[in-house]
Write a new protein. Structure first.
Length: 282
């Protein structure tokens, strides 16, 4: 059996490996293909695709878009839409992602001020100097605070300092799910809902979400995922069947930022069969 990984991040967003290092890792783990799905950027895709061709590794152009799903007037959730096989040079895609990056950057500056005023050893200039030209996410905040000795682990940083309901968090403007799916489709891509169970929605809420996303053109759902437990995969497979969606799978590999997850195998037992690539090539 041959295997793939359809959810991988590089240091162009919140991973720690370069696109070339990801290709080398995928070859080392005996994968036959992977997709680079950085958060709200496709800047690393060309490097991954080009180097993949040199090393005979198939790299599927991808992206992971952050969107805000409105459940009701009092409840909203950040959800992620994966886009596969898209034209990563599409003008509308690039222009929109530039605006998204600006919005995220403004949020990051405000969060740095909040944390600095609370006594944490962080400021925006130091954060950007440490990580350079990348899409800064809360994972970068967590790693920076860990390196400064302000937290015992990245996980602790998220739970105690960077949580969305915490005192230092700053909301930013997101794409709507309809906008995200439309953007992927306009770039010739295939929209897939990432890790549906991470959003902690009720069964009714997740079914309502899928009904809505399907009306916008959602094609697939990520059923094989590193953080699944017990019957999670079976439940998502059932949802896929109920809403006529194909399934995908991936580790959500981030390198050292999620050290328990390895590319291709997650915590050690995840396997995404190569036959799932057929859904992205039909």
């Amino acid at each position: 059996m041959q295997y793939i990984d359809l959810h991988v991040h590089s240091n162009y967003s919140d991973g720690t490996c370069t696109p070339e290092e990801l290709v080398d890792l995928a070859i080392d783990r005996e994968l036959v293909a992977f997709s680079l799905t950085d958060h709200d950027t496709v800047d690393g895709v060309e490097r991954a695709v080009s180097y993949g061709k040199k090393r005979h590794m198939e790299v599927i152009p991808g992206v992971e878009l952050s969107c805000e799903y409105v459940i009701n007037a009092e409840k909203k959730k950040e959800i992620h839409i994966l886009g596969y096989q898209l034209d990563y040079q599409n003008e509308e895609l690039l222009n929109t992602l530039t605006k998204v990056a600006k919005e995220r950057d403004d949020r990051n500056q405000k969060m740095c001020v909040n944390l600095h005023n609370a006594g944490y050893p962080i400021d925006y200039e130091s954060l950007t100097a440490r990580f350079g030209n990348t899409i800064l996410t809360r994972s970068h905040f967590a790693r920076f605070l860990l390196e400064q000795g302000a937290v015992p682990s990245i996980d602790a940083a998220f739970k105690k300092i960077l949580a969305q309901d915490g005192p230092y968090f700053v909301m930013r403007k997101y794409l709507s799910p309809k906008e995200g799916i439309s953007l992927i489709k306009k770039a010739g891509g295939i929209p897939v809902l990432a890790h549906p169970l991470l959003y902690k929605l009720s069964v009714t809420e997740i079914r309502n979400l899928l009904f809505e996303l399907k009306s916008y053109g959602l094609k697939g759902i990520e059923a094989i995922y590193s953080r699944n437990h017990g019957n999670d995969e079976a439940f998502v497979r059932k949802l896929a069947k109920d809403y006529d969606l194909f399934i995908t799978g991936g580790t959500d590999f981030h390198g050292a930022n999620k050290p328990d997850l390895d590319i291709g195998s997650g915590v050690g037992n995840l396997r995404v069969p190569v036959m799932l690539l057929e859904n992205l090539k039909a």
